[in-house]
Design a protein around this ligand. Structure first.
Ligand SMILES: Cc1cc2nc3c(=O)[nH]c(=O)nc-3n(C[C@H](O)[C@H](O)[C@H](O)COP(=O)(O)O)c2cc1C
Length: 207
């Protein structure tokens, strides 16, 4: 499959936020940015995640294109329930895919470079399935809740309060412009942040 064909599946030039599914034995899902530049495609995975371990080991995964904010938020903090996965047979194995994605592209890793914090892999598209081509207008509530999820994963990593202010700003837009699905995702996200903050604050008071 040619890189130029990725347009048909919604992975265009720049960084596409997709849900990466990996793990042949134990399927896992997490939001990841797919970087497409000059006819080449890459992912950068930070150490410490299940996705990092799976891709390092298996060197094959699926990039699932979806606009569902609940799936993005849930998979940022924990794994999705088994009923969200389906399987794509490839040679003698089967690759987990997100069942309700608009499209899914199977990638294998080419050259991988490791640094102290992350690995960057050039990725090669192998095959793709398109499930749903319904158009969707840009909704600022959706983009804001995805932005908030990025800040939230950074907050979980660092405990830096500046991310809480950024999340608040995003939430204003989500509650103003989002539909019910965006508001449901916002609620899951705020609850996760609240639980995490309790853990951080609780940890501090016992030091
Ligand atoms: C929109 C979005 C994009 C993200 N992109 C990346 C990325 O490119 N690389 C990365 O390592 N983590 C990225 N993250 C953070 C991971 O999704 C997060 O660390 C997640 O908890 C990993 O889950 P896992 O342990 O199940 O793999 C992103 C998060 C969001 C919300």
């Amino acid at each position: 499959m040619e890189v130029s064909e990725l347009n048909k599946y919604g992975i265009c030039d720049g960084i596409s936020e997709i849900i990466l599914t990996s793990g042949i034995e134990n399927p896992n899902a997490a939001p990841i940015g797919v970087i497409r530049k000059d006819n080449r495609v890459f992912i950068r995975l930070y150490r410490g995640s299940t996705t990092y371990e799976n891709v390092k080991l298996e060197k094959i995964f699926a990039a699932n294109v979806t606009c569902d904010p609940v799936l993005f938020v849930k998979s940022s903090f924990s794994n999705l329930e088994n009923e969200n996965f389906r399987y794509y047979p490839l040679n003698t194995t089967k690759i987990p895919l997100l069942k309700n994605s608009a499209s899914s592209v199977i990638f294998r890793c080419g050259e991988i470079k490791h640094t102290e914090q992350a690995m960057t892999a050039e990725i090669i598209p192998m095959d793709a399935v398109a499930n749903d081509y319904r158009p969707r207008a840009i909704n600022r509530g959706l983009t804001a809740v995805i932005e908030a999820a990025v800040h939230a994963t950074r907050y979980e990593l660092t405990g830096d309060n500046k991310f809480l202010d950024l999340i608040d700003q995003c939430m204003e837009t989500t509650y103003k412009c989002g539909g019910q699905r965006e508001k449901d995702a916002a609620e899951i996200l705020l609850n996760e942040i609240y639980e995490n903050k309790k853990r951080v604050d609780g940890g501090k008071s016992t030091e």
